[in-house]
Design a protein around this ligand. Structure first.
Ligand code: C2E
Ligand code: CA
Ligand code: CA
Ligand code: CA
Length: 287
């Protein structure tokens, strides 16, 4: 038994070392990728659940890698957060997404004149580590200035972990961003240490309900009641709700009927390439 235990430990240590080596390699190639801006942003449509009108896109990062193929964020975001590489990576994402949104606004401005729709928005994920970086707010200001995006069209998706630290910096930064006219969303709402009090403590304009709640919508009365309750409270506070991960029409109709105005999910579209997204914008598509 002792020998078996030892063999097992050796295997374990081996795996651990392999993991470390792999991690190190990944960190190094991330460095190179950051230096070369070798990432790609995909854009997932956010739509009006009743009309199907396109109202925004969420920017989602990918890493096209010669050996690994298209690497998804789950494989490198947390690593980049631990190493701090998320700061330059996130800066690239923000700038890229804002510039693209400014381009959509130009593409569609000729078509939507009198009585037209509001300009398309872009929603960008910001990790806690990135938000805490001292230069974050300046960076947002600079991106707004240089890209010409309408600040109200830029949504920054923060997770609850940012708001949990109710320190002075978070408060003043949120206020400055609000004054800039940029919108702040709470992402993955309901999965962390959610507190509805964030909605009155901070200038929050959007609340994104996590996919895990949407999954159970048609299946459980409780899930339904929970989502409906969140939607009502948000509505009362003037906060817009976006439901994530809508995969079927039943979910879409349940959400629309409870007064949740906006959503995204594979039912409408998967994350799209820049070119695909532009075609939707140009065609003024309904989904
Ligand atoms: P998230 O912010 O919750 O983004 C939604 C994720 O759900 C995306 O995965 C999206 O492709 C996926 N999704 C959307 N609709 C559906 C659906 O109907 N069904 C299913 N099964 N999935 C759906 P993705 O692109 O792999 O991103 C995963 C996570 O990585 C994101 O979760 C976000 O937390 C993070 N992430 C992505 N891009 C960035 C970024 O630029 N910066 C930072 N800090 N994090 C990012
Ligand atoms: Ca998000
Ligand atoms: Ca989510
Ligand atoms: Ca998220």
């Amino acid at each position: 038994a002792k020998a078996a235990g030892k063999r097992q430990w050796c295997r374990y240590r081996h795996a651990l070392q392999a993991g470390l080596v792999e991690r190190h390699e990944l960190n190094e190639s991330l460095d190179t990728a950051i230096a070369e801006s070798a990432f790609a942003l995909y854009y997932q449509p956010i739509v009006d659940l009743v009309s199907g009108d396109l109202v925004a896109f969420e920017a989602l990062v990918r890493w096209p890698h010669e050996r690994r193929g298209m690497v998804l964020p789950e494989e490198f975001i947390s690593l980049a957060e631990e190493s701090g590489q998320i700061v330059p990576l996130g800066a690239w994402v923000l700038e890229q997404a804002a510039a693209e949104a400014a381009a959509w606004q130009r593409l569609s401005s000729g078509r939507r004149t009198a009585g037209g729709r509001r300009p398309l928005r872009v929603s960008v994920n910001v990790s806690a580590r990135q938000f805490r970086d001292a230069s974050f707010v300046d960076q947002v200001r600079q991106v707004v200035d240089t890209t010409g995006i309408h600040p109200g069209s830029l949504i920054l998706e923060l997770t609850e972990s940012v708001l949990m630290r109710r320190d002075e910096r978070v408060r003043t930064d949120m206020k400055t961003l609000g004054d800039l006219g940029v919108r702040i969303a709470i992402d993955d709402f309901g999965t962390g240490y959610s507190s509805l009090s964030y909605l009155r403590e901070f200038p929050i304009s959007v609340l994104k309900i996590d996919k895990s709640f949407i999954d159970g919508l048609g299946l459980s009365q409780q899930q339904y009641a929970l989502v409906e309750g969140i939607t009502r409270i948000a509505d009362t506070l003037g906060v817009q709700v976006i439901a994530e991960g809508i995969e079927n029409t039943a979910q879409r109709h349940l959400l629309a009927s409870m007064g949740c105005p906006l959503g995204q999910g594979y039912l409408f579209a998967r994350p799209l390439t820049v070119e695909q997204a532009r075609i939707l914008v140009q065609d003024d598509a309904e989904l």
